[in-house]
Design a protein around this ligand. Structure first.
Ligand code: PGA
Length: 256
């Protein structure tokens, strides 16, 4: 597999952090630090920050994403936001299936598939998260589980649409814990996912597929993780809120 055919994507996942005013301040601090990035740079922000974030990043190389979306265009779904609404705002990216959505808010492989499908229909680029709990790793079922999550999420997605899909491998035990997967562990599972893409589509699709690692990626460990042959970027939580650290990760992706 030739990594050179893929452009790395470094995406921040701000989670439930930052008011609009704080979002503007953070993006204004990040923008000059990443302006020469050789990778794609994305900030996925809380819904209430989207408009401010779009305005603050206009004319920069930072793309804006949401952290989730509903599959119906509109309707009686109190508290939800549709892919249609995001697209109408000019948002370009959305995360689906983040483990915090799966764990705390009842998202399942099936609803992740529906959210992904709706987002693709609206022209968004989707960062689909997959990953195992520690118990599942210890049970030796990581590869099977991640393959299953990937296969279900991609049901009904055409090979052409894959150009707007990024898979983020995020071992749940590494998220927000400061405990990172080793570079070998990260690469091993990213390679499994690439194999699934090859089985579902073909070798060309697998070669082009952007697969991120996420889970306590930071300024110190990013270079080693991003140098792995099957790791094409990162989904960054905590470190995406620190401009210098986030910029360091972007730099590591640019070199890697
Ligand atoms: P973390 O979060 O970098 O804080 O571990 C990653 C994520 O949840 O996407």
């Amino acid at each position: 597999m030739n990594k050179a055919v893929r452009k790395a994507v470094i995406a921040g996942n701000w989670k439930m952090n930052k008011t609009p005013a704080e979002a503007k301040e953070l993006l204004n601090a990040i923008a000059p630090l990443v302006k020469d990035a050789g990778c794609d740079v994305v900030a996925c922000v809380p819904y209430v920050d989207l408009q401010t974030a779009l305005e603050a990043t206009a004319g920069t190389n930072i793309k804006i994403g949401a952290e989730n979306c509903h599959w119906e265009p509109s309707g009686a779904f109190t508290g939800e936001i549709s892919a249609d609404m995001l697209a109408a705002m000019g948002v370009e990216y959305v995360i689906t299936g983040h483990s915090e959505r799966r764990t705390y808010f009842g998202d399942t492989d099936v609803t992740v598939q529906k959210r992904t499908r709706a987002a693709l229909d609206k022209g968004l680029t989707v960062i689909v998260c997959v990953g195992e709990y520690l118990e599942q790793r210890e049970q030796g079922i990581t590869a099977e589980l991640v393959a299953m999550q990937t296969k279900i999420a991609l049901q009904g997605v055409s090979k052409e649409e894959l150009a707007r899909v990024i898979i983020a491998y995020e071992p749940v035990w590494a998220i927000g814990t400061g405990r990172t997967a080793t570079a070998e562990q990260a690469n091993e599972v990213c390679a499994v996912i690439r194999g699934v893409i090859k089985d579902l589509y073909d070798a060309e699709a697998a070669e082009k597929m952007v697969i991120q690692y996420g889970g306590s990626m930071n300024a110190k460990n990013a270079a080693e993780l991003l140098a792995q042959p099957d790791v094409d970027g990162g989904l960054i939580g905590g470190a995406s809120l620190k401009p210098a650290d986030f910029a360091e990760i972007v730099k590591a992706a640019t070199v890697g």
